[in-house]
Design a protein around this ligand. Structure first.
Ligand SMILES: Cc1ncc(COP(=O)(O)O)c(C=O)c1O
Length: 403
């Protein structure tokens, strides 16, 4: 029903992933591998978008809306909010009244706005590195300091350091904490117990939790997503939850996401910031129909895509075990981003980047960009046709074999 093996040519669409590289030191414009997987151009496996077409109902809804022909200033309809909140309720049993939602042109902009809303220059923002690197720019852009309570890695799995979190959160300069759930890049799906312990620490010290749940819908088999705001009222009333259909349905370029803020005072402060800066107002009419269709009718597509991505991960694990036993993949609990430990190769950063980017010509996001804790790791985007994953692994095998 879905031909996910099909390699779709993204040339000419302005795709950042396929024309640029920003994930390592050999950054710059790229001429990627031929869509027929011929030639020796680089294989882009860095930025988190999928090489799969969005669900058919989304394409149909967009075509219909385009045929209408008028694209004047537009706002979100009740139907849009019903689709968004209906998805949360159907998938997670999370009941979200529509007046808890503020729309933004993406989660990253919302993180910038959050820092500006709840921090003053000189304040500190608590994160858990290695973590999605645009968190750092959002913090610094607000004149604030990054304070990391870094994750603890043990036997290829990561956990939070609660004693350290308690210590760091007690610093009165810490006003907000950015939570990544599931955690990009280490692929952890935080359990209710872990989230509760983390949340209790933040609540105790008056630290507002910005819960980035953009990867929530991307669970691997055996893992269940715990929405942060469903832990209880005391957690819901001290958070802004960042949600979006962009990772789930490959709609990142639509630039429309939904922030859920159950506490009216926090919501008013955030909305005031959106109004003051001219961000609030009209929305993109195409984004609205695409998202509504995705949330209403995209679930069967998502199930197929998740199954396929898991298949890619299993295939990758098997190839690494057989051909590249020095590379250790972290268990992928959620997201479509594999986190692979290359440290046993014994290469320094420059040699590792030369190996992957110039010799093997596979463009990962380099681990160190997620913080120094990520050094020696590579983040590999598995949301692509399996023949692309195979080709990348073959190239790595060949080049590592020459070491
Ligand atoms: C944790 C996390 N937050 C946010 C984003 C991007 O959000 P947006 O495209 O809505 O700005 C990503 C994309 O990779 C991500 O991994």
């Amino acid at each position: 029903m879905y031909n996910l093996d099909l390699v779709i040519d993204r040339d000419g669409t302005g795709s950042n992933k396929w024309r640029l590289y920003r994930g390592g030191s050999h950054a710059g414009p790229i001429t990627p591998v031929d869509p027929a997987l011929e030639g020796d151009g680089p294989i882009p496996m860095w930025v988190a978008d999928m090489d799969f077409a969005s669900p058919k109902p989304v394409l149909d809804a967009l075509s219909k809306r385009v045929q209408h022909g008028i694209f004047g200033y537009t706002g979100a309809s009740d139907g849009y909010f019903d689709a968004v909140t209906g998805w949360f309720e159907k998938r997670y049993g999370w009941v979200v009244p529509k007046d808890w939602i503020s729309t933004t042109p993406g989660v990253v902009p919302a993180l910038h706005f959050a820092v500006k809303t709840w921090c003053r220059p000189g304040d500190k923002v608590l994160v858990q590195r290695p973590v999605y690197y645009p968190f750092f720019r959002a913090i610094e852009n607000g004149g604030c300091e990054i304070l990391s309570s870094s994750l603890i890695e043990e036997d290829g799995c990561y956990r939070m350091d609660f004693a350290d979190l308690e210590k760091k959160a007690s610093d009165p300069k810490v006003k907000i904490s950015l939570l990544c759930n599931p955690h990009n890049p280490v692929g952890r799906v935080w359990t209710a117990d872990e989230l509760r312990q983390y949340g209790e620490i933040c609540n105790r010290h008056g630290v507002v939790v910005i819960a980035d749940e953009i990867h929530a819908d991307l669970m691997m088999p055996g893992f269940t997503f715990q929405p942060y705001a469903m832990l209880g009222d005391e957690f819901a009333l001290n958070t802004m939850v960042c949600t979006a259909p962009s990772k789930t349905f490959n709609l990142a370029g639509m630039h429309l996401s939904n922030m859920v803020i159950p506490n009216p005072d926090l919501k008013k402060a955030f909305d005031d910031y959106l109004h003051e800066t001219g961000v609030a107002g009209g929305l993109n009419p195409l984004a609205l129909v695409a998202i509504e269709a995705a949330y209403r009718e995209g679930e069967p597509w998502l199930a197929a895509v998740l199954d396929y991505i898991h298949g890619n991960f299993l295939m990758m694990k098997q190839v690494l075990a057989e051909n590249l036993p020095r590379l250790q993949p972290t268990e992928l609990q959620g997201t479509y981003l594999a986190w692979i430990d290359f440290r046993a190769l014994g290469l320094d950063q420059a040699a590792l980047e030369k190996l992957t980017q110039l010799d093997a010509k596979v463009l990962f996001d380099e681990g160190h960009i997620f913080g120094p804790e990520g050094s020696g790791f590579e983040r590999m985007n598995l949301a692509c046709p399996r023949p692309i994953v195979s080709l990348a692994l073959n190239r790595l095998t060949a080049e590592i074999g020459k070491l």
